[in-house]
Design a binder for this molecule. Structure first.
Ligand SMILES: Cc1cc2nc3c(=O)[nH]c(=O)nc-3n(C[C@H](O)[C@H](O)[C@H](O)COP(=O)(O)O)c2cc1C
Length: 185
């Protein structure tokens, strides 16, 4: 089975819940970027051996958190030797506003994957945008380039929308399916 890693930062626990849902769907290992923006050595080893890497970051001030950015800059080390070339990549984010500039964060994650010579996997999910759609439908936000979630500014991580968690779980499943189909390149 392809090894999949979910590497994420979460300041207040919301993105962590999403990461757990993605990892559950993908059968992936979780690697937390800590409050100082660091990843333990074992995490870097897991990333080196993974055939798919899924990035997760909250959207802070129209982009990834500085801790995620520190991890991204630290990934210049494997970048120099293109050690992550041809791995699969995917990404997810969360913010308080429904829009909230989440696309900017996903775009950053995509470009990071492209710098590493990776192959990007989108959610491959239809949006729930009909009159009959409800907030807890899968892909209610309607994102095509990565998984998006929204948690109101006064909602704890325990209060996240079940539909957003399900979106992330199915997103993880999709990455695992593509990884199984393509295999290690
Ligand atoms: C410093 C900071 C900046 C933020 N910037 C945005 C933003 O640009 N757009 C938005 O919709 N929410 C923004 N938020 C809200 C967070 O995205 C939201 O609280 C999210 O759930 C935090 O995820 P976390 O618990 O994983 O840290 C910001 C929060 C913080 C703390």
């Amino acid at each position: 089975m392809a090894e999949i890693a979910v590497v994420f930062h979460s300041g207040y626990g919301h993105t962590q819940r999403l990461a757990q849902a993605v990892a559950e769907g993908a059968g992936a290992r979780l690697i937390a970027i800590d409050a100082a923006g660091d990843v333990p050595a074992a995490g870097w080893e897991t990333l080196a051996g993974a055939s798919a890497i899924i990035f997760g970051s909250p959207t802070y001030m129209a982009g990834p958190s500085w801790q995620f950015k520190k991890f991204a800059e630290a990934s210049s080390k494997p970048w120099f030797s293109q050690a992550w070339k041809n791995k699969l990549f995917a990404g997810f984010t969360n913010s308080s506003s429904i829009q909230g500039d989440k696309q900017v964060t996903l775009d950053y994650l995509f470009h990071l994957a492209m710098q590493h010579g990776g192959l990007w996997v989108g959610p491959g999910m239809m949006p729930a945008n009909s009159k009959a759609a409800t907030r807890n439908d899968v892909n209610w936000i309607g994102s095509f380039s990565g998984a998006m979630a929204q948690s109101p500014s006064d909602a704890s991580a325990a209060e996240m929308f079940a539909g957003d968690l399900q979106t992330c779980k199915q997103f993880g499943q999709r990455v695992a399916e593509i990884a199984a189909r393509i295999g290690r390149i």
